[in-house]
Design a protein around this ligand. Structure first.
Ligand code: CP
Ligand code: NVA
Length: 314
């Protein structure tokens, strides 16, 4: 038996950041993802005749495949525009792009360098705009991460997720999402690579309502102690290729290895958004070991983003 879908709209037209969603929106995304995952062969007409534009300024495996396959699974289709050679707004204004696309498609997924470009698209398009990663934040990733944790644990409330590494787009999305859901989030980065202070301050305010704890530090041992999951991401994100060598030195003490996993709670999970670099931010043993749930997360990108599409596209 597959559950009937409740496709009432979310509180927002777009998904640019999970911080703009309510906890109820996130719970509805998770409930829809669960139903779509259980009924992949059943819910095949949810987006019949709906079209999605996908505009990517950066490389992608997971985001591109899962949005495209997600549309196909639900009876719709996607058109991909490779924008790696030019930033959005370089050939024509972002506004004009939005005003054209809204005449042809029912939603836009964009992967950009500047988060502002996404905000501008969303401002001018009457159709939903979904953030497929910007330099600032990666909301679809964090939704899939926390969806996976709810599958593993039942609830994430009161559990502790430790993120070790660069205070980047993935880290910001995890902070935004954790505090909405009442999960504790500890971030541990080298000095100068901490998450954006506005994100942290806003999260601390949200955490007062949800009961979450937010801890920012430079000490990997303390951050790992008693954690329920340890998460890491690349040390140099797309667009920071020039800094790889320098960052490899600065981040060396922040590698997730067996010793760090032993400091965490027994049975703690290892998480990574992927792509991963074995031997750098994570050892091969941890990445491929029994505590790693990285491919479960990758699978769930499909189900969670299908839920986002089903709830946003009209
Ligand atoms: N995790 C993630 O977004 O993967 P891609 O960059 O391959 O889309
Ligand atoms: N922080 C990484 C995430 C990749 C999915 C990047 O932006 O390259």
């Amino acid at each position: 038996m597959t559950a009937t879908l409740d496709l009432a709209p979310l509180s927002q037209k777009d998904l640019l950041c999970t911080s703009s969603l309510t906890a109820h929106d996130i719970e509805r995304i998770f409930a829809t993802a669960r139903a779509l995952k259980a009924g992949r062969e059943t819910h095949t007409q949810v987006l019949r005749h709906k079209r999605l534009a996908m505009i990517f300024e950066k490389d992608s495996l997971r985001t591109r495949f899962t949005f495209d396959i997600g549309m196909q699974d639900m009876g719709g289709s996607a058109v991909f525009m490779d924008h790696r050679d030019a930033r959005l707004g370089s050939r024509e204004s972002v506004k004009d792009m939005a005003k054209n696309l809204e005449r042809w498609v029912h939603g836009i997924v964009a992967r950009t360098f500047k988060h502002k470009a996404l905000e501008e698209l969303a401002l001018h398009a009457d159709i939903p705009v979904i953030n497929g990663l910007s330099d600032f934040v990666h909301p679809c990733q964090a939704l899939s991460d926390f969806f996976t944790l709810t599958e593993k644990w039942g609830t994430v409330k009161g559990r502790t997720l430790t993120y070790v590494g660069d205070g980047n787009n993935t880290c910001h999305a995890l902070i935004h999402t954790a505090v909405k859901l009442g999960a504790n989030i500890r971030v541990c980065s080298p000095e100068g690579y901490e998450p954006n202070s506005r994100v942290v301050n806003e999260a601390m305010r949200t955490a007062q309502d949800s009961g979450a704890e937010v801890t920012i530090s430079n000490d990997p041992d303390a951050a790992a102690d008693g954690a329920d999951a340890i998460y890491t991401d690349v040390w140099a994100s797309m667009g920071q290729e020039d800094e790889i060598e320098e960052r490899n030195g600065i981040f060396a003490a922040y590698q997730v290895d067996d010793e760090m996993m032993r400091r965490a709670n027994p049975g703690a999970l290892f998480m990574h958004c992927l792509p991963a670099h074995r031997g750098w931010e994570v050892t091969q043993e941890v990445m491929d070991g029994p505590q790693s749930v990285v491919y479960d997360i990758a699978e769930n990108r499909l189900h969670v983003q299908k839920a986002v599409l089903a709830l946003l596209l009209r």
